[in-house]
Each structure stands twice: as structure tokens, then as C-alpha cells.
Design a protein around this ligand. Structure first.
Ligand SMILES: Nc1ncnc2c1ncn2[C@@H]1O[C@H](COP(=O)(O)OP(=O)(O)O)[C@@H](O)[C@H]1O
Ligand SMILES: [Mg+2]
Length: 288
């Protein structure tokens, strides 16, 4: 079963009439999917549609379906869909409601009427998994931006959703904080099998961890599929190709029919392979 499936899903916000246009898309269980595209291309709306907030909260018109773990989001209350899919919004600070770290994470469980004696262990486990153990009594106002972001992730994880959706999670973080956050969500994906969907315009950050990419353009899915295939098509079909990381452009420029490189994710990988290639070229010219 797919974690999320969009079936010919169209949606228009009230007032602007903009939104999503005939989206058909499958997010495999356990995958790490990056949703990218220019501003206004529909990344946030796609995230919101996975949680049922579109259309339940925003109103507007829709057709087609969004299935989350086999449930049609249109037929369920947003709170019920939240048991399957957790959303960390771009403006994650607006998601935080409590005074202290512990209370923030406990909030969702208290709302879901989880027995009090179970709450403490689950809150501590969620904080541990995002690297905030020991900060339970800290006031939110004393946290850094990166810590608040991780707290928002913990508040969602504590409900044990199978799917974690993060909308532009690093837009407010410095490069180091952004790298840490991606390490964290990659670990949740790898070790806990959580399906991850991240919307991100800065592809270079997300790609080392991703296995699938969706490129949105004007509310439609322009490209979707396995990471390497989509990156190649972004370049060859010039779809949001300016966003393709420089290493991948270099690889495309260097490759010929006789010479293909593996999928470079880091400069180290690229350097190792280019070095090996140079060595074998030298060997060839020596033996000639
Ligand atoms: N709350 C809203 N009300 C009306 N139109 C909206 C709203 N949010 C987004 N839109 C419109 O929907 C389209 C997709 O926006 P969005 O999903 O926010 O794109 P992205 O996240 O890629 O920047 C845009 O044309 C945008 O103007
Ligand atoms: Mg957005």
C-alpha cells in the first residue's frame, strides 16, 4: 500500500481559485520524498492536502481524492487523519502552544485522551528522538530556532504517525541547523521506517537523504519518480533545472556515452570517482 496517493486531485482555494490541478501521485511507504518547485507552484498546498487541512480547514472546491494509508481524507476529520500523518508547518512557531517543552509535546496526547500514566514516557521518548532530552522543563522562549523546530517535530512524532510531512523545514534555520534537521529526519526515516515528505526549494540540502522527488509547477506535478531519474529529466527537459545542485550539473556536463558516473550526492563521492577516472585514463595513455 502507498502511504499517500493522490488520484486526479484538483483543488481551488476560495478567493484566488489557485491551488492544485489534476494531481496524480503516489508516495511509497517508507520513502523519503522531496517536493520542490518555484514559489507558488503548489508545494504547501500539496502538504496541506495530505493532512486533510485542504480542503477541510481552508474551504474551496475540490475533485478527485487524496488517500492516506487507505483512508480518503475527504471522509475523515482532520484530527483522525492526524493519527496517520503529522505535519510540521513552514511557520512552525505558530504550531507551538505551551509554555514548556514537556507541556508542548504532551499537548497532543492530552487532547487525544491518552491515559496520564502513559504520557510521560511517550513525551520523553519523543524528546529523546529529536535530541531534546533533558530540556523538558525549559520554557519555549529560551529555545533556539533549531530547537523550536525540533520541538515541533517531537510534538508531531509523539502521536506516532506513519507519515511525517515537513513544509520548507529549513527556511528559518542557518546552514548548520538545516543540516542537523535533515540528519534528524533521515534518521527517523531510516531507523523508525517513517515515511517522510519534505517540501524544499533548496534541493542540495535535501537530496543526500531523499529517494524520490516531485517537481511542482503551476499546481501540477511536472515530474515525479526516483531521485536520479527525476534529476536527469529536470536537466534534459529543463524543468526547474536551475534548482539542480551544481554537482549534478557538472556530472551531466562531463558525461558522454562512453563515460557515466554514479549518482553524486557529496563532493567527496564526485572527487573519488573523478580521481579514479583520471587514473585509468593515465594508465591507458601510458600503456598505449
Ligand atoms: N490561503 C490561500 N488562499 C488563496 N490562495 C492561496 C492560498 N495559499 C496559496 N494560495 C495560492 O495557491 C497556489 C499554490 O500556493 P502554495 O501551495 O503556497 O505554493 P508554494 O508552497 O509552492 O509556494 C499559489 O498560486 C498561491 O497564490
Ligand atoms: Mg510554500
Amino acid at each position: 500500500m502507498e502511504a499517500v496517493r493522490f488520484e486526479d486531485f484538483s483543488y481551488q482555494y476560495p478567493k484566488t481559485g489557485q491551488g492544485l490541478d489534476r494531481v496524480t501521485l503516489s508516495v511509497p511507504q517508507g520513502s523519503f520524498t522531496v517536493v520542490t518547485g518555484t514559489n507558488g507552484s503548489g508545494k504547501t498546498t500539496l502538504c496541506l492536502a495530505m493532512t486533510g487541512l485542504v480542503p477541510h480547514f481552508f474551504g474551496g472546491a475540490m475533485s478527485g481524492r487524496v488517500m492516506v494509508e487507505g483512508y480518503n481524507t475527504a471522509d475523515r476529520a482532520v484530527a483522525d487523519t492526524a493519527a496517520n500523518v503529522g505535519l510540521v508547518m513552514e511557520d512552525y512557531e505558530s504550531q507551538l502552544v505551551a509554555l514548556t517543552v514537556f507541556d508542548e509535546v504532551a499537548f497532543a496526547l492530552e487532547n487525544a485522551a491518552v491515559p496520564a500514566h502513559l504520557i510521560r514516557d511517550r513525551v520523553l521518548a519523543a524528546l529523546e528522538s529529536v535530541g531534546l532530552a533533558g530540556l523538558e522543563e525549559r520554557e519555549l522562549s529560551a529555545l533556539s530556532g533549531g530547537q523550536k523546530q525540533r520541538l515541533a517535530v517531537a510534538s508531531v512524532l509523539v502521536s506516532r504517525p506513519a507519515i511525517l510531512v515537513l513544509d520548507e523545514p529549513t527556511s528559518a534555520l542557518d546552514p548548520e541547523g538545516a543540516a542537523d534537521l535533515y540528519e534528524l529526519i533521515a534518521r527517523l526515516n531510516r531507523e523508525q521506517g517513517i515515511t517522510v515528505v519534505v517540501s524544499e526549494h533548496d534541493l542540495a540540502r535535501a537530496l543526500p537523504h531523499a529517494d524520490s522527488v516531485v517537481v511542482m509547477a503551476a499546481g501540477r506535478v511536472a515530474l515525479a519518480g526516483p531521485l536520479n531519474e527525476v534529476l536527469t529529466r529536470m536537466l534534459s527537459e529543463q524543468v526547474y533545472d536551475a534548482a539542480v545542485p551544481s554537482l549534478r550539473r557538472l556530472k551531466a556536463a562531463l558525461e558522454t556515452e562512453q563515460r557515466q558516473f554514479s549518482a553524486w550526492m557529496t563532493a567527496g563521492e564526485a572527487a573519488a570517482e573523478i580521481n579514479a577516472c583520471l587514473k585509468s585514463t593515465r594508465r591507458l595513455s601510458l600503456s598505449a
